[in-house]
Design a protein around this ligand. Structure first.
Ligand code: 5GP
Length: 258
C-alpha cells in the first residue's frame, strides 16, 4: 500500500492518504513533546518502538474482541489502519493515582484506586485538553448521545481488563493510559490512535521504575532503553497466558482485601 498526500501532522505521527478511501497510513515520528507541546525533543528509534508496541497490543485486543482501526504494520515506522472520524475525547483510564489526578485532587501518588477510574479530556491543544463531563461532551457535540459515552467507558474498561493482567504478568504495573476512539465508515465506534509508552504509564512491579514517557516529562533520561524493555517483555511472553490468580493476589495485597 503506497503513501499518498499528507492528511494531517500531529505531535507524534503523520497521517497519509492511500489509494483506498477507507485506509490510511500513520508514520510514527521520533519527536517527543510534553506539557502541551512546551517541552520538545527527539529520540532516534522511538517511533519504531511505539509502532511495534502498538501493533502487538492492537493484535492482542482484536483477538479478545475489541474492534480497532489496526490493519497491519507496514515497516518499522508505518502502520496501515482504517480511516476513522476521530472522536475528540481523550479517554483516560486510571488504576493508580499519579500525574494530574494526584496534582488536581491531592490523592497520594502511587495509591491504588479502589476501582478503575475512567475520565474524559477534551482533545484540544489550544485549550490545554481540559476535563469534560458528560454534559460538556453533549454540548460540544463530541458524540451523538450519552449511549455513545457509555460505549466509550465500556470499551475503555474492556481494554483495561485485558491489558492490566497482561502487563502484570510481564512485571509491569499498568498505572494509567489514554485511549482515542473514532467512527469507521459504518458509524461504529472503534479504538484508534496508538497504545504505547507515550500514552501509558508502566511501572516495573519489582523496582517501581518508570518505563514510559514520564522519563522524558521528568527529565530522567533512559527513555529508549525503557521503551525497548517494554517491547522485549511484550514479545518474549506473547504466548504466555496471564495467570489470573497471581494478578488477583497482587490486587488483594494492594487493596488490602485479603
Ligand atoms: P495525566 O492526566 O496524569 O497527565 O495522564 C494520564 C495518562 O494519560 C498518562 O498515561 C498519560 O500518558 C496519558 N495522557 C493524557 N493526556 C495525554 C496526551 O495529551 N498525550 C499523551 N501522549 N498521553 C496523554
Amino acid at each position: 500500500m503506497q503513501k499518498r498526500e499528507l492528511l494531517y501532522e500531529g505531535k507524534a505521527k503523520r497521517l497519509f492518504l492511500t489509494d483506498d478511501d477507507n485506509l490510511v497510513i500513520s508514520e510514527f515520528k521520533d519527536d517527543l513533546t510534553a506539557f502541551n507541546g512546551e517541552k520538545k525533543s527527539s529520540e532516534a528509534g522511538k517511533g519504531a518502538l511505539n509502532n511495534k508496541i502498538s501493533t502487538e497490543l492492537f493484535k492482542l485486543l482484536e483477538s479478545k474482541g475489541v474492534p480497532t482501526h489496526f490493519v497491519e504494520m507496514l515497516d518499522d515506522n508505518h502502520m496501515l489502519h482504517k480511516y476513522v472520524d476521530v472522536i475528540l475525547i481523550e479517554v483516560i483510564v486510571r488504576n493508580v493515582a499519579t500525574g494530574s489526578l494526584s496534582r488536581n485532587l491531592g490523592i497520594e501518588d502511587g495509591k491504588v484506586l479502589p476501582f478503575t477510574l475512567v475520565e474524559f479530556d477534551y482533545k484540544n491543544d489550544a485549550l490545554g485538553d481540559p476535563k469534560l463531563n458528560d454534559q460538556h461532551c453533549l454540548i460540544l457535540e463530541l458524540v451523538d448521545s450519552v449511549d455513545e459515552l457509555d460505549q466509550l467507558r465500556a470499551m475503555a474498561r474492556q481494554v483495561n481488563d485485558i491489558l492490566r493482567p497482561y502487563f502484570f504478568e510481564k512485571g509491569l504495573n499498568l498505572v494509567d493510559f489514554k485511549l482515542e476512539f473514532g467512527k469507521d465508515g459504518d458509524g461504529n465506534i472503534i479504538l484508534a490512535d496508538e497504545i504505547s509508552p507515550d500514552n501509558c504509564r508502566f511501572w516495573d512491579t519489582k523496582t517501581g521504575e518508570k518505563m514510559d514517557k514520564d522519563r522524558f516529562r521528568q527529565g530522567m533520561g533512559g527513555l529508549k532503553v525503557a521503551y525497548e524493555e517494554v517491547l522485549k517483555r511484550i514479545l518474549n511472553d506473547n504466548d504466555k497466558k496471564p495467570e489470573e490468580s497471581t494478578y488477583e493476589a497482587m490486587m488483594d495485597r494492594a487493596l488490602g482485601t485479603k
